[in-house]
Design a protein around this ligand. Sequence first.
Ligand SMILES: [Zn+2]
Length: 465
Amino acid sequence: MKKIKNYLLPVFLLPVFFLLTQIFVVCRPLTPAKMNLFSAWAGHFFICLLLCELMVVAVLLLLKIKLFRLSWAEASLLCLFFFVFFFFERQIELVTQASHSPWLRKRYIEPLIVLALATIGWVAIRKKKAAALAGLFNWVILSLIVYQVYAVYQNRSRFASKNFAACLPSVSIESKNKRLPDVVYVLLDSYTSSRNLKEYWNYDNAPFEKKLTDLGFQIAADSHTSFDRTQFCMTSIMNLCADSALVASLSDMETGYWMNHNLVCQTFARAGYQIQNFSIFEIQNTVYPNSPFGYAGRAPGLIQNLISQFVILSLLEGSNRLNFFEKNRAILADLADTVQTQRPQFTYAHIVSPHVPYVIDSTGALTHVNTPSNDAQAYLAQLKGLNQWVVQWLAHFLSSRKGRESVIVIQGDHGFRYLPGQPWRESSGVLSAFYFPEKNHAPTLPANLPPTNSFRFIFRYLNTQ
Ligand SMILES: [Zn+2]
């Protein structure tokens, strides 16, 4: 047997290592029902591996065109460096995002990495050491693969389906009243509590809260979530699941699945409600076209999930500030223009603000100043601007709903999350404001009502009608 060209191996081994590091994210079966099937996991792994290897072949052949005058060893080494960056850029981004050091920013780290790889490649080619270096990388990547196989084995419990369905409580709407009120759930992503705004920003949000209470809202001043990630917060809220360890163990695909088939919408639908989805999630197989996060609208499929691990999506994300601003505005406009049907309506609107990117100034207008995620003052300005949007929308909405009763909830899913030291008190504190149509019969809102219990509270109210 002819000796395998050592220098060609590492570039083909790299995708194996990459997919092993991402196996629980990328290769997950698409429905929880298939989670326990070995064939589903293995099938996804091999489809993804095949796609990655095809990309490797394409780049390798591109580098071998006559123009570059590279030997196979040299092309293989450069191809390897390209894919190291391509596969792991997302991981670099996640690490730099989590860091508070001003020097550990993506915009400094990534050019440094590119420069280092390019220099190593250039020196190796000049000194005719490309084959030797590529041979060395064989051992490095093989060792990494062995380590990663061990790490996957250690985490093997994640191959099994978590029994999320067992966590779902039994709830129903059994009102005697023929004319049930509409229910409008407005989620303001990343809206921290007024108590936190006072404590950490020294900002008094009382004027906004007073406008809400003047309109008849009650505010749960001490409302806290169990998570600081949108998917987990929303999955627990929309499925009334208080088992935070179970929710936190779900993958993005599973949270996507349980948002699409969430208990709250199913309960409303069973009671005859029409469901309106103005959210970033696919809900009951419908997608909202104005969602600011278009790509997150659907529970990600295999290919989508694989691609989202690459550099491409992170370049597209948040690139269009105007688009982001307008889409968030469009949600409120769509909410105001809702066609009023005979049937009662349940509406879930998910506004991706005051969440990053910071595109709204404190007057509610578009700002073009680019600010990093952890800029607490830009966050506060956006929150103030958003307050104005919400007050304007509410005035319009309530006056346009004459003769039609509505329960309205305005709630945050988690806090700002980027304060130095990331105090959990801040990350978990949220705005929770509830409006019930008849002031006199409105139930008293507990001050510490967690968002997970929002709909339990609403269902209980509807059942007393
Ligand atoms: Zn969120």
